[in-house]
Design a protein around this ligand. Structure first.
Ligand SMILES: *Cc1c(COP(=O)(O)O)cnc(C)c1O
Length: 315
């Protein structure tokens, strides 16, 4: 808030730094990289679009796993690219032959959200390393929710960049920093992978001055956000235990939401509607393997209590 007030309106008369040098330097320092390995973007979604434009010939196939982030198919369609969709295993892990199948299909980009949405499942770094080694195309690791991963898991996909020049890591300020309205994110990769994103396909001034400044401050004040991540993890554990006691079956989650299979005596759409009537909003996906579940965002303790007492009445 203070950072926002400290921006001089007169500063907005001039163009911003074209490549967001300050933010790239801050992100590089945080991740132990150089600024040449960082591209700053107007929200993570822009990086997804840039990756498609930059690394996929028009009409060439793009790989995703199923289910996954709804924007991936949209981007593929805009690009005229067929989508190669491979279903996740029942426990939401990657099929062993994922790399081989993607290679055979000739995909030029594989987009993986990790930790996974909507299940919250985390794929470990050694599995990702094996996949990156197997693929000859770009592997985009969409880490939109990575800030909520338990530190004890010691998850560090950015470490893959040093060894794998085809790995592009996406980070956003929308989830972990509660700055979705700002539109800010960045991509991390080997210098040669990042270079065309930075200097070829990106709009010259893709990130405005306010977003550059506030995102940089958000990184500098990361310990404040980290306190929120800690609370989310603790509430995530409590919510999962309480939901289980009510007969739900929440998948183990490393994100700020739980995908919970509803008890057999209940139905997802009915619960969605009844919760909404009580002022509690959750997500329901009318899609294969998700129809028997609700995706519940971890809220404040009071919000979670309200959800739980509504569910106690309903199931
Ligand atoms: C939120 C999200 C993004 C990026 O969101 P932005 O607001 O554009 O930064 C990317 N991937 C997934 C899976 C997301 O949920």
């Amino acid at each position: 808030m203070l950072a926002l007030r400290s921006i001089e309106p007169a500063a907005l008369r001039r163009y911003p730094k074209p490549a967001a040098d300050g933010l790239r330097a801050a992100a590089a320092q945080l991740h132990g990289l150089t600024p040449e390995q960082v591209v700053a973007v107007n929200g993570g979604d822009e990086l997804l679009r840039l990756a498609v434009t930059t690394f996929v010939e028009p009409g060439a196939p793009i790989g995703v796993v199923e289910p996954s982030y709804s924007l991936y198919p949209v981007l593929a369609e805009i690009h005229g690219s067929p989508l190669v969709q491979i279903p996740l295993e029942p426990d939401w892990s990657l099929p062993d032959d994922l790399g081989a199948r993607m290679k055979r299909a000739g995909v030029q980009l594989l987009m993986l959200v990790n930790p996974h949405a909507p299940s919250g499942h985390l794929i470990e770094v050694p599995r990702l390393a094996a996949l990156a080694r197997e693929l000859s195309c770009v592997l985009l690791l969409d880490e939109a929710y990575v800030d909520f991963v338990d530190p004890e898991r010691a998850h560090d996909a950015v470490s893959l960049i040093a060894e794998h020049d085809n790995v592009l890591v996406l980070r956003t300020f929308s989830k972990g920093y509660s700055l979705a309205g700002l539109r800010a994110g960045y991509g991390l990769g080997a210098p040669l992978l990042v270079e065309p994103l930075l200097w070829k396909t990106r709009d010259s001034y893709n990130m405005d001055a306010v977003a550059q400044r506030l995102a940089t401050v958000a990184l500098e004040q990361r310990t404040q956000a980290a306190e929120t991540w800690r609370k989310v993890r603790s509430e995530r554990g409590r919510l999962a235990r309480e939901l289980t006691a009510l007969g739900f079956d929440p998948a183990p989650s490393q994100t700020n939401f739980l995908l919970a299979r509803v008890p057999e005596r209940a139905s997802g759409p009915a619960l969605l509607r009844d919760l909404e009537q009580r002022g509690v909003l959750v997500r329901y996906f009318d899609a294969d393997r998700l129809r028997d579940s609700l995706r519940i965002t971890v809220g404040t303790p009071a919000e979670n209590d309200r959800l739980l007492s509504a569910l106690r009445e309903l199931v």
